[in-house]
Design a protein around this ligand. Sequence first.
Ligand SMILES: Cc1cc2nc3c(=O)[nH]c(=O)nc-3n(C[C@H](O)[C@H](O)[C@H](O)COP(=O)(O)O)c2cc1C
Length: 329
Amino acid sequence: MFVLGIQGSPRKKGNCDYLLTSFLKACESHGAVTQVIHPDKLDIQPCKELIVCEKKGFCPIQDEMEEMGYSLVKKADIVVLASPVFFYNVPAQVKGFIDRCQMFWGRKYKLKLRDPDAYHRQGFLLGVGASGGKRLFEGVELTATYFFDAISAENVGSLTYRNVEDAGDIIGRPGLLKEIQTAAAKLVEPVLNKKTLLFVSDKDACCSQMAAAFAKEAVKGRFKVLTAGKVAAARSDATMVKVMAEKNMDLKYQTPQSLEKVLTGLGREPDHVIFFGSKEAMPGMVNVIAEEWDIIKPRDNSLEAFQTLRDAIEVRVNQFIPSLLRSLG
Ligand SMILES: Cc1cc2nc3c(=O)[nH]c(=O)nc-3n(C[C@H](O)[C@H](O)[C@H](O)COP(=O)(O)O)c2cc1C
């Protein structure tokens, strides 16, 4: 599983840095893979309110947001936002990052596209501020709530600390590390312990992605649904993304993964694997239920051919899910 940390403070070795590093270390100790991004260090321009995202579903501003923002946010199982209070809200750099996530808001609310990972993704806030007022975190918490909603993450909680001013003030607070360990374990362990359904196709660019999206909607977060390719394509098939959007499913940021990488990341055997085609690529696993589904190749590259393929996969997945629920329960 992948945890993305957004380090919102521009200060080097400050309090957010310490909090986030400790939090992510705790996640790693439970088996999560983590990555930190610093909005302050990225080339991310503020939103210019061009409204292209609300009409066409993408942001035309060319900067690092696509690769270091949008892609990573959508890859994440858990997004941890660490932010100091600056004038009762997040720092401008974080606000700029969040404002650019209006692109996801536009896809979700204007274009009515559902992210199949919405059942699964979680958002968590870490906050620090210098004063001790009761309402100190209200602005940050409200902003974080709507940020998590835009990126289709469930807002699952926060740890906030008052009377933290100078760099390092947070270090050594009684009970801090224990509190972080407990919160991280509560977030990560249920995700890691979820039973896993894996769809494998040749390149993880089309059939596996479609099947996984339908399965994610059907199991509503009860299982972790993964996809992999015997080899991974550079990107998902654009026509596949288009025909899934016709079903109001947002697969734009689903990235093909190699089977090897997925199994390494999982750190254990998946519980159920479905192969589009032969399961000969399956490494020697003993306890896995594996089945083969026919490869249904689109007859050509036309939209109609992909629509036919999509509909066939939807029917197959919906027939299969009840038996999966009975066997993995
Ligand atoms: C521009 C600026 C604005 C701030 N505004 C507030 C504020 O409104 N309320 C508050 O309690 N602390 C405020 N602070 C203090 C920081 O929240 C505090 O020093 C925090 O520990 C910084 O975290 P860091 O070390 O991760 O950067 C502000 C600091 C700066 C630089």
